[in-house]
Ligand binder design. Structure first.
Ligand code: IPM
Ligand code: MN
Length: 363
């Protein structure tokens, strides 16, 4: 079995972390006994430079025909005055693929508890999953611009809310059975519909899930004050964007978080939640763990190869225990050195975790 994976390294540190993710997927596949074939395409600013647009027809087609897509990062000041923005390519890709649910897990490995700007006793044991609606809301509403005014429209349909809520409820069932839906229903009409829709679904289809609702401002505060209270957090596109950056400070670096963007069918899109970090681009300083976690999500939810995903996460956990980190976490490793360490640790995983065929070859 050979899976086809389209790589979109993108801009800034995107190519650096994508290189590590690619090697990690490759090695995890080898250990688990399946094959992957990669193709790489320019995307975002890199594609504007080469083709004048952030997402070409050919790149979109390469994404649509893949089994899964891995994306590094897009954007940077270089394209501030370009005819198109790199980010527009990312929004178009998410929309075209129909990946309406963006899953952003946040957990605090014990070794990381002194890396956070928050006190260890507050964050120890925090383990939550943000389910962010990804193809609707203000990101995709009509935009208008006059000489001295501007407008961005925010629209949600009941169907758009239900489909992402279903993913959140189902995921909560596999976790601790708790769902917090975050909105601004005291002000926004889209949020009122959001709350009504989620409440109705909860009592109709998910009575076993403990559902509560929180306003987004209160949720932002609660995330810092008592992060362990959260299990699954369901929210709309822009609130999810903001809350997930905030949540990355629980483990201490935005470089740690990965994400899976899923629709009703393959392919899913997998990307770290961090941006292109132009200030450190090309210096081999980026933290590749967010990309590696995204690679694990690609293997698990994108390809159904849960064991290979577990190998990656086991190797990352070992690196945390040994405090093998990049500079953002106070470590001494470069991005590429962290990638090499990961491969070494993958190779050294206990052989009972490795498939028999590989064990035979190794002995
Ligand atoms: C993210 C990013 C994107 C977003 C940008 C690059 C368009 O911040 O994936 O969180 O806002 O969705
Ligand atoms: Mn973001």
């Amino acid at each position: 079995m050979t899976y086809r994976i389209t790589l979109l390294p993108g801009d800034g540190i995107g190519p650096e972390v994508t290189r590590v993710a690619r090697a990690a997927i490759d090695r995890a596949a080898e250990i688990s006994g399946f094959k992957v074939a990669f193709t790489e395409h320019a995307f975002g600013g890199a594609s504007i430079d080469q083709y004048g647009e952030p997402l070409t027809e050919a790149t979109l087609a390469a994404c649509q025909s893949a089994d899964a897509i891995f994306l590094g990062a897009v954007g940077g000041p270089k394209w501030d005055n370009a005819s198109a923005r790199p980010e527009a390519g990312l929004l178009a890709l998410r929309k075209e693929l129909g990946v309406y649910a963006n899953l952003r897990p946040v957990s605090v490995h014990p070794a990381l508890s002194d890396r956070s700007p928050l006190r260890p006793e507050l964050i120890e044991g925090a383990d939550l999953l943000i389910v962010r609606e990804l193809t609707g809301g203000i990101y995709f509403g009509e935009r208008e611009r006059g000489p001295d005014w501007a407008s961005d429209k925010c629209t949600y349909s009941q169907g758009e809310i239900e489909r992402v809520a279903r993913i959140a409820f189902e995921t909560a069932r596999l976790r601790r059975g708790k769902l917090t839906s975050v909105d601004k229903a005291n002000v926004l009409t889209t949020s009122k519909l959001w709350r009504e829709t989620v409440t109705a679904m909860g009592s109709r289809e998910y009575p076993d899930i403990s559902l509560d609702h929180m306003y987004v401002d209160a949720a932002a505060m609660h995330l810092i004050r008592a992060p362990r209270d959260f299990d699954v957090v369901l929210t709309e596109n822009m609130f999810g964007d903001i809350l997930s950056d905030e949540a990355s400070m629980l483990p201490g670096s935005i470089g740690l978080l990965g994400s899976a963007s899923l629709g009703d069918e393959r392919p899913g899109l997998f990307e770290p939640i961090h941006g292109s970090a132009p200030d450190i681009a090309g210096q081999d300083k980026a933290n590749p763990f967010g990309a590696i976690e995204s690679a694990a999500q690609l293997l698990e939810s994108g390809l159904g190869e849960a064991k290979a995903a577990q190998h990656l996460r086991d190797a990352v956990a070992q690196m945390h225990e040994a405090r093998e980190w990049t500079a953002d976490l106070g470590g001494a490793l470069t991005c590429s050195q962290a990638g090499i360490k990961l491969l070494e640790r993958l190779d050294q995983l206990p052989t009972d975790q490795v498939t028999p065929s590989v064990k035979a070859v190794a002995s």
